[in-house]
Design a binder for this molecule. Structure first.
Ligand code: ATP
Ligand code: MG
Length: 646
């Protein structure tokens, strides 16, 4: 039995959705999706309100996903213009730089004006509806401006994370055939400069990038950059004298809004395409209800705009809701490990949303850096990106939130556009490590390897039996890959690629990627459970487990373990950790190999790349596959050298 944290009645009293609301609305949403989603669409301003709500077939032979298909709207107008009357002077963006002395704010009126100016700039540079624009910027307000300016004129943006190399950037440019790139002279993270413009220059020497006509450069650090005329233009010069009004292009609900690549945890990243109407209904609704949004909230999501979380929950969802959003261009450990909490205190953040990788990294440094800050403003905490092990959940709850703030463990994917399985703070009792219950309209199911739907408490592959408005529509330029990846494995369902367990209360626990499931003597063991058991030891900061060859069991369990700052690995500790797993889960899950890992291979968004660890455990270090999204290649070298099976 896992621990339960019931909803605080005082919290529930003021909440937007309470327990009985959740049950009633969930029932409505799945019984009458057309009626439910029609009424939810009214939260947006439409040029032409939709009369056709849902038109979906998951049949691979006739696959189509359309929501609000006769509706017309503009996403940027919904994020800006409609707020001007009541919220014109409200802060839209609080920018907090890498340097703690740098911050500035933009009101909704100022953001609207700047977006219009940049939209006019783009038009002057020949960018039209349907053209693609690559955005390669730090976490500065200009990133949101560029995204919204594209949305305003109907151009399709493709944001590329500023930490990506010239090669990764080049492949994304080639894939989108972008006409224009928006970048900065340099980025600045953790006190280090990142040569963004130089990276763009280099990427444009690669094959298939000559679609790019213009490179717009934001002056961020003032560092020297090479300028190639007439291709390269300064943002600030182009913006001079531009009108602060620009009509918003009326867009069909199904017109593309953006393309974005998945993180690449499991292989070659996929170019996910999202459209306009359904995406904005879904992201704004999930944002409002999951964070129980109030007018005076200060909302901070630490994700970079280079990831889906930065799209849906830094820019589109919150701005459509008229929220005040913190945009942070720094890292959790610079200038020191208190930075997150200092920023929380500085801007009186009420809603805070981050990833398990950050929580575990901070937890590793102990409570002191947290405790020396106040954090009294915090109301709700959130997490996304990987399963959060109960140990980290409890630390986040107890130390960061002082047992006052419910934790929203939001399970979703680049493909899903927004949260699919998540608690609602006034409605859902929490269990540490569980993403809890489905959001409105979401029909999760658990199937076995043959596709047979499992009932009640069970474990298996997580699929979604019906569509929701925020769902991706295709893989950009490769519709067949879309069908093959998501709709072939379990006909009639969207296949998530994740494994899950459903408990006796109907709560969902993500057990890891289906590809990562380890089969020990016929028992299917999820990576998340074993990792949680390892991390439960007070000396362990992080762990990753994968399968390896085992003569008798078929597969054995190979664990990589990172210890807390200042701890030393020993044979004794190894034995203790293995005994811990044995006790927690059972002898079947006890690791056969345990390697100390100074660091784990992660994607740029901080997710553990188990497929690389699997190759190391298989003694096949020459077959690591696509490593272009790896954050620190040095980590892999060490793990390969120290591998236990050679
Ligand atoms: P790729 O699809 O290229 O392998 P990726 O799956 O890491 O990359 P994302 O779309 O960024 O790309 O991540 C979605 C995945 O992250 C989910 O499928 C799930 O495995 C994991 N995830 C996200 N949030 C949670 C959560 N709250 N709990 C458990 N897992 C989560
Ligand atoms: Mg994925």
């Amino acid at each position: 039995m896992s621990e339960i944290h019931p909803v605080d009645p005082a919290f529930a009293e003021k909440a937007r959705v309470r327990k009985d609301d959740y049950q009633r609305m969930y029932a409505e949403s799945v019984q009458d999706p057309d009626g439910f989603w029609k009424s939810m669409s009214e939260r947006l301003d439409w040029v032409t309100p939709p009369t056709k709500i849902k038109n979906v077939s998951y049949d691979p032979a006739d696959l189509h996903i359309r929501w609000y298909e006769d509706g017309v709207l503009n996403v940027a107008a919904n994020c800006l213009d409609r707020h001007l009357a009541k919220r014109g002077d409200k802060t839209a963006i609080i920018f907090e730089g890498d340097d703690p002395n740098e911050s500035r704010t933009l009101t909704y009126r100022q953001l609207h004006a700047e977006v219009c100016q940049f939209a006019n700039t783009l038009k002057n540079l020949g960018v039209a509806k349907g053209d693609r624009v690559v955005i390669y910027l730090p976490m500065i307000p200009e990133a949101a401006v560029a995204m919204l300016a594209c949305a305003r004129i109907g151009a399709i943006h493709s944001v590329v994370f500023g930490g990506f190399s010239p090669d990764s950037l080049a492949s994304r440019i080639a894939d989108s055939k972008a006409k224009l790139i928006v970048t900065a002279d340099e980025g600045c993270r953790g006190g280090k400069k990142i040569p963004l413009k130089a990276n763009v220059d280099e990427s444009l020497t690669r094959p298939n990038t000559n679609s790019v006509e213009t490179v717009v450069v934001v002056r961020r650090t003032g560092g020297a950059v090479h300028f190639q005329s007439p291709r390269d233009r300064w943002y600030h010069t182009l913006m001079e004298g531009q009108s602060t009004e620009c009509p918003a292009e009326p867009m069909n609900a199904e017109d593309p809004l953006f393309t974005l690549y998945t993180s690449g945890s499991t292989g070659q990243p996929k170019g996910v395409l999202h459209t306009s109407g359904g995406y904005l209904v879904y992201t704004s609704l999930t944002h409002e209800l999951t964070f129980d949004l109030r007018e005076d909230d200060i909302y901070w999501c630490t994700a970079d705009v280079g990831w889906i979380t930065g799209h849906s929950y830094v820019v589109y969802g919150p701005l459509a809701n008229g929220a005040t959003v913190v945009m942070f261009d720094g890292v959790p450990n610079y200038p020191d490990f208190s930075r997150f909490w200092q920023v929380v205190d500085k801007h009186k953040v009420t809603l805070f949303y981050t990833a398990p990788t950050a929580i575990r990294a901070l937890m590793r440094e102990g409570d002191e850096p947290v405790k020396k800050t106040s954090r009294k403003s915090l109301r709700i905490l959130g997490t996304v990106g990987e399963p959060i092990n109960p140990e980290a959940w409890n630390w986040y709850y107890r130390v960061v939130g002082e047992e006052r703030c419910p934790i929203m463990d939001t399970w979703w994917q680049t493909e899903t556009g927004g949260f699919l399985i998540t608690p609602l703070p006034g409605a859902t009792d929490l269990k540490p490590g569980s993403a809890t219950l489905p959001f409105f309209g979401i029909k999760p199911a658990i199937v076995d390897a043959e596709g047979k739907v499992q009932e009640g408490a069970c474990t298996g592959n997580l699929v979604i039996a019906d569509s929701w408005p925020g769902q991706m529509r295709t893989v950009y330029g490769d519709h067949q890959r879309f069908i093959d990846t998501y709709f072939k494995a379990y006909p009639g369902n969207y296949f998530t690629g994740d494994g899950a367990r459903r408990d006796e209360h109907g709560y969902y626990w993500i057990t890891g990627r289906v590809d990562d499931v380890i089969n020990v003597s016929g028992h299917r063991i999820g990576t998340a459970e074993v990792e949680s058991a390892l991390v439960a030891h007070p000396k362990v900061a992080e762990a990753a487990v994968v399968g390896c060859h085992h003569d008798i069991k078929g597969q054995g369990i190979y664990a990589f373990v990172t210890l807390n700052a200042g701890e030393e690995g020993s044979d004794e500790l190894k034995k203790e950790l293995i005994a811990g797993v044995r006790k927690e889960i059972g002898p079947i899950a006890a690791p056969d190999y345990l390697q100390w890992a100074p660091g784990l291979p992660k994607t740029r968004s901080g997710k553990i790349m188990r497929r690389i660890l699997r190759k190391i455990a298989e003694n096949a270090p020459d077959q690591l596959g696509d490593v272009s999204t790896l954050a620190d290649p040095g980590v892999v070298k060490n793990l390969v050298e120290e591998r236990l099976i050679k």
